[in-house]
Design a protein around this ligand. Structure first.
Ligand SMILES: Nc1nc2c(c(=O)[nH]1)N[C@H]1C(S)=C(S)[C@@H](COP(=O)(O)OP(=O)(O)OC[C@H]3O[C@@H](n4cnc5c(=O)[nH]c(N)nc54)[C@H](O)[C@@H]3O)O[C@H]1N2
Ligand SMILES: Nc1nc2c(c(=O)[nH]1)N[C@H]1C(S)=C(S)[C@@H](COP(=O)(O)OP(=O)(O)OC[C@H]3O[C@@H](n4cnc5c(=O)[nH]c(N)nc54)[C@H](O)[C@@H]3O)O[C@H]1N2
Ligand code: SF4
Ligand SMILES: [Mo]
Length: 729
């Protein structure tokens, strides 16, 4: 064989860009630039699957508009300069603790954005910022996303991370509401090649039904698609629950509490009653219940379209009620609980919400967080505890949270803002200091969060592919930031560097809890972060300290990842409820049913707004990649042609809601039901310093969403079912 002279090298890494955790095969040239990206065929979970975003990983990795050095803004002139890490942290040390000293702990707030669910830094080190700040003003993308799912799971199973996922590869029947995995690649259901898994379901003779106000790409793949009035999924599901009881179709196989209460709650939600509100005919509601009950195995799965809605938590609750009533919870082919190799539940006491409330609107805490829908209130409302200094990490709430215009103005009035972010964007432009993370190829990867929701048990660790050089890792940035925020030396001059100090503390504490501190075991790893990961794996359900073999070395020896088998029944072991059973009728949720019932006969608004995701976008931050923002990846308003004609609209329309108004280009399509319009979120880069994004600016959908409306039990933002009016532009 001829000797190769190509000095480039091919390395393996998990894709950090969505929840599908695909394995990537990345080729780097001698100067460490990514030259090609392919799917890793030897990854036992993703088997070579890759999407256009993953394929563009190289462009993202070295986007010329990304930040490479800390930035400091001069407030007087609103101009930016680059700064050394020391100068950036010095400024934070000087300003942040002084504000907190003067105005108290509650004057500081933290916002953690979505990519924290994908980074080692977010999983292991963002918690130290929460502790450092000691504030109740902790916010994240969770309350613009899945908090309803977590509250429902927390109340039913005792822990908010105990979230069932559809057993995609074995189910005979899948009812999917408000999800479009052919564009999103799946969410709270970690399943690389989601499209392939859905096709496999159908080719093995299974049935797949999609409920969505739009005929999505996913719906086109299904056996059946049903239109539904936005925000009305809880009624539909109640109609199914009602039918299961009325026709004696229940087959409960797990220990439950509250069965009679659920039956009573569902009593008046007859198929005929819910049909008027949902637009789903009564006979279809009955048939869905019968099909779910008759299928050998079945799973109901509902995602973002149903979470970010006014009755988000009730909807997520009813999904699991149906999974229980049809005998499918915790059973192969049904809705099951993953058993992640690291970072599983540690809770001993049952979950509850409302341990404290927000200052202005008195919205209850959930999982230690306050709703992002009230962040603007907390910044702009004067009084003791008013938020004056904010830290954002990997978030762009000005585009992603409701009432974007209000939040933009609120951020502008802050005394101090620190952002850890790769870009100068709509949110970070208000910062005093921006601290950039390294390139993705310079970061390690382990999916602590997403593997809790995987459709197969699996583990994979990726070492950084390219050394950091002089700059800190993102973990190092967060550790130093935590020190600076509290006025402690951020450079390690008081002892070990802040990152090592944090890890040492966590390792010692964890080993102590596990009763292993005496014979302090030798941990494997090139640094303290890796040692922590080694410890978590060893302590986990497959770990070598738990009768198994898994540890960091095993993952380093198997860089394509390790398959840990199909999902297995986990009840009652995972339950943390007081009763030790699945709580079918938590009181908090029964209380909220009154609100649902109260809305049953409300006059439907003429037109309501919903969102949508696009295959080649990622929330607000991948519009600067030229290869992604072309063709159909446009910020347009989908509208039924009948509505265009009825309202006398032209190419553009003025869309008004209670919160704001936008002028948008229309894209008439039969794929959306009449009376509903859809605008994707994450756009609106008009003043961006990111050149490509600015050329494809679009509009911020969250100008129209209204932060005064939330899902009551979870405080989650409501993005779907927003009443709007349309007039010609
Ligand atoms: N109208 C409407 N609004 C929505 C939604 C909707 O469906 N409709 N969806 C909601 C949902 S589900 C979510 S999750 C939120 C997302 O809301 P956010 O998390 O607030 O917003 P993102 O757009 O994901 O912004 C991610 C930020 O992280 C930065 N970033 C990317 N990678 C890294 C990294 O490795 N480290 C650091 N430090 N920064 C990084 C990016 O530059 C960007 O600024 O939006 C919500 N908003
Ligand atoms: N390409 C791409 N992938 C992504 C993201 C991205 O921005 N781009 N974002 C990631 C994030 S943060 C998340 S949370 C996930 C979300 O992943 P998914 O939950 O799959 O999100 P969407 O693709 O927005 O699909 C939501 C669907 O709900 C429908 N819908 C809207 N309102 C209602 C309603 O009231 N009832 C019902 N039944 N349906 C409704 C919409 O028409 C849409 O088709 O995707 C992740 N993956
Ligand atoms: S589906 Fe998600 S994880 Fe897979 S390549 Fe695409 S963006 Fe990456
Ligand atoms: Mo999300």
């Amino acid at each position: 064989m001829a000797q190769t002279t190509d000095p480039s090298r091919t390395l393996l890494r998990t894709c950090p860009l969505c929840e599908a955790v695909c394995g990537l095969e990345i080729t780097l040239d001698p100067e460490d630039h990514v030259t090609s990206v392919r799917g890793d065929r030897q990854d036992p979970f993703s088997k070579g699957f890759i999407c256009p975003k993953g394929a563009s990983f190289g462009h993202l990795d070295e986007d010329p508009d990304r930040l490479t050095e800390p930035m400091i803004r001069d407030r007087a002139t609103d101009t930016w300069r680059t700064a050394s890490w020391t100068a950036a942290f010095d400024l934070i040390s000087e300003r942040f603790p002084a504000i907190v000293a003067e105005h108290g702990n509650q004057s500081a707030a933290l916002y953690l954005g979505n990519p924290n669910a994908h980074t080692v830094a977010g999983a292991l080190y963002a918690p130290i910022l929460i502790r450092a700040l000691g504030t109740k003003n902790f916010y994240s993308a969770s309350t613009a996303d899945q908090m309803p799912k977590q509250v429902a799971s927390g109340l039913m199973f005792g822990d908010p991370l105990t979230v069932p996922v559809p057993d995609l590869d074995r189910t005979d029947y899948l009812l999917m509401l408000g999800a479009n995995p052919l564009e999103s690649n799946g969410s709270l259901c970690t399943a690389p090649d989601f499209p392939g898994r859905l096709k496999a379901l159908r080719s093995r003779g299974g049935r797949f039904v999609v409920v969505d106000p739009r005929v999505t790409r996913t719906a086109k793949l299904a056996d059946e698609h049903l239109f539904i009035r936005p925000g009305s999924d809880a009624y539909l599901l109640f109609g199914i629950v009602h039918t299961l009881f009325a026709q004696d179709l229940t087959d409960i196989r797990v220990g439950v509490a509250g069965l009679d209460d659920v039956r009573a709650a569902a009593a008046d939600f007859t198929p005929e009653v819910v049909a008027t509100r949902t637009g789903v005919p009564a006979e279809t509601v009955v048939r869905l219940a019968q099909e779910l009950a008759a299928a050998p195995t079945a799973a109901v799965y509902a995602r973002i379209g149903t979470c970010t809605a006014e009755f988000g938590t009730l909807t997520q609750w009813l999904v699991e009620v149906i999974n229980v009533l049809t005998g499918n919870l915790d059973s192969p082919g049904g809705a099951m609980f993953a058993n992640a190799a690291a970072g599983g539940i540690a809770r001993t006491k049952p979950f509850r919400t409302g341990r404290w409330a927000s200052r202005v609107r008195e919205l209850p805490e959930a999982m230690g967080e306050l709703p992002v829908a009230t962040l603007a209130d907390e910044i702009t409302t004067q009084g003791q505890g008013q938020v004056r200094a904010v830290v954002t990490v990997a978030g762009n709430p000005v585009l992603s949270a409701p009432s974007g215009v209000r939040l933009d103005a609120a951020f502008a009035q802050l005394d101090f803002l620190v952002s850890v972010d790769r870009y100068l964007n709509e949110t970070t432009r208000h910062a005093d200091v921006i601290l950039p993370p390294p390139r993705p190829v310079q970061s390690p990867h382990y999916d602590f969060a997403l593997l809790q929701f995987a459709v197969r048990n699996y583990a994979r660790y990726s070492r950084p592919l390219v050394p950091l050089g002089e700059r800190p890792s993102e973990a190092g940035v967060l550790a130093r930031l935590a020190a600076a925020l509290t006025g402690r030396p951020h450079d390690g001059s008081d002892g070990p560097d802040p990152l090592t100090a944090v890890d040492e503390l966590v390792i010692a504490g964890t080993l102590h809890k596990a009763g292993l501190q005496q014979r302090r075991p030798e941990l494997v790893g090139a640094n303290s972060t890796e040692q922590r990961i080694d410890m978590m794996l060893r302590l986990g359900p497959y770990g070598e300290w738990n009768g198994g073999t898994l540890n960091l070395q095993a993952l380093l020896d198997n860089p394509h990842g390790i398959d840990l088998g199909p999902l297995e029944p986990r009840l009652p072991g995972v339950l943390r409820t007081a009763s030790g059973r699945v709580e079918l009728a938590p009181q908090q949720l029964l209380d909220d049913v009154a609100r649902l019932r109260g809305r049953l006969t409300d006059a439907a608004p003429d037109v309501v707004l919903i969102g949508r995701r696009q295959l080649r976008s990622n929330n607000s931050w991948m519009h600067n990649i030229a290869t992604l923002v072309s063709g159909s990846n446009k910020c347009t308003l989908h509208i039924n042609p009948a509505d265009v004609a009825r309202l006398g609209l032209g190419e553009h329309a003025i869309v008004k809601s209670a919160a704001g108004s936008l002028t948008v280009p229309l894209e008439p399509t039969d794929a959306i039901m009449p009376g509903v319009v859809s605008l994707p979120h994450g756009w609106g880069h008009t003043d961006s310093t990111q050149a490509v994004a600015r050329d494809h600016a679009g509009v911020n959908a969250n100008v129209l969403t209204d932060d005064s409306v939330v899902d009551v039990p979870s405080g989650n933002a409501v993005f779907n079912g927003v009443p709007v009016t349309l007039t010609p532009a």
